[in-house]
Ligand binder design. Sequence first.
Ligand code: PMP
Ligand code: PLP
Length: 497
Amino acid sequence: MTLPNARDFSHLYSEETKARKPSPLKTCIHLFHDPNIIFLGGGLPMSDFFPWDNLQANAALPPFTNGIGSALTGSKDDSLSLAVKKNEASEGDIPLARALQYGFSAGQPELIKFLKEHTEIIHDLKYANWNVIATTGNTNAWESTLRVFCNRGDVILTEAHSFSSSLSSAEAQGVACFPVPIDNDGIIPEKLEEILDNWTPEAPKPKLLYTIPTGQNPTGTSLADARKVEIYRIAQKHDFLIVEDEPYYFLQMEPYVADVKAREESQSGAKKSHEEFLKSLAKTFLSVDTEGRVIRLDSFSKVLAPGTRLGWITGAAPLLQRYVELHEMTIQAPAGFTQTLVAATLNRWGQEGYIDWLIGLRHEYTLKRDCALDGLHKYLPKSDAFKVNPPIAGMFFTVAIDASAHPAFATKFNSDPSLVEKAIYDKVIARQVLVVPGSWFKADGETVPPQPQSSKSAGNPNEIFFRGTYAAVAPEKLLEGLKRLGQALGEEFGITS
Ligand code: PMP
Ligand code: PLP
């Protein structure tokens, strides 16, 4: 079956994108690599003057039998020794002379080829002209997205609580983040539709929905698959693009089993096959998209290492070309060392080896999540005022707190939940543990003229929450931290358990 091409979304471009003329010098850069051409066209330093002859590294070797966290012994069983040369790199490697030169703003071909194959394994793309470009991670990809599509005074839709840097990035560009109500399964489609159906006609309509579907930051929730289909239909009806920021996509875990014995039994079974693993992954917006209105941001930050500063965008080729033109004038390209090292590792692992890594990661995060939930159940004061929603993906847990259950809510805090939040924050720090207040992540953008009152997030006004992570520390420290958290909350609310 031949797939159709993506629809044209150029009407959603920003003034900046419409005004951008591609750098004329970039139109001839590809000829630099044509051996028949004597290239006198650009200020490219000669690679002979790059002081590196090769790039060598030892990395973990699939199938990571001892787990992905175990130290390498250096033996052939667990260690991959790789070396990439300057000029004649072997197939699949990016020769250093090219990686460290100008050019290939969309990413080096060897890396892009791997990422495209990976995309075909993970997603079920339903239009023909999709593409992949490299980024320096999702921070960069999101900032570029705003610049490609939004103008000052525009509004976008975001989860009612969302990643604070992403909100700040939009706000700094003069873009308001209008909150969409969420529950334990993510964005509530009915609420989203209600907001848009009742949109104040004089206000600009949102061009983008920014969502973190898997292991949402900060709430730790994951958007239910069926909701993705609904939200996509609403995007079609109201003509906006969906930007899925998915750094935690591969941190999807087994369901939490509170009974330790039953859990051990369920986890001692045979390791998941690749097929089972792939089948267990959440449906992506990219897989729902028939028109090219989804832009997916992926990152190696949480899967390999944040300092790789490497990620990729998947979407319709004409849209991605606008990003490349922007990147030619901003990042140029992700660093050559990074692309070389990551591509060399991944191409030696192969797609299968990479999936082995992702399966290993899932296992480790499941253990960490389980440890955190066990600790929370053990140490949180026994009261209905505190609720934990077991995350099925990502790095975060949240403790939702009914501020009105505080004995001094009406007196000391004047029935203001934000003052209770501040008191808890001070208390946890005094107890030497750090979890962060939910209010730091609140999206509260508004349009001019404003949206009707009925479109404003409702929910329980006295509910506050704190975000913690189980990713950053070893289990003993995690449990000690949760114990301190429980003590701080018990002390603040006058509950002794
Ligand atoms: N500014 C000027 C004046 C330049 O000539 C160049 C390189 N041609 C650049 C900036 C780009 O520099 P970089 O590679 O450090 O981004
Ligand atoms: N987007 C979200 C939702 C995140 O939580 C993070 C990491 O903290 C990022 C983006 C940043 O990702 P990157 O390291 O790829 O820039």
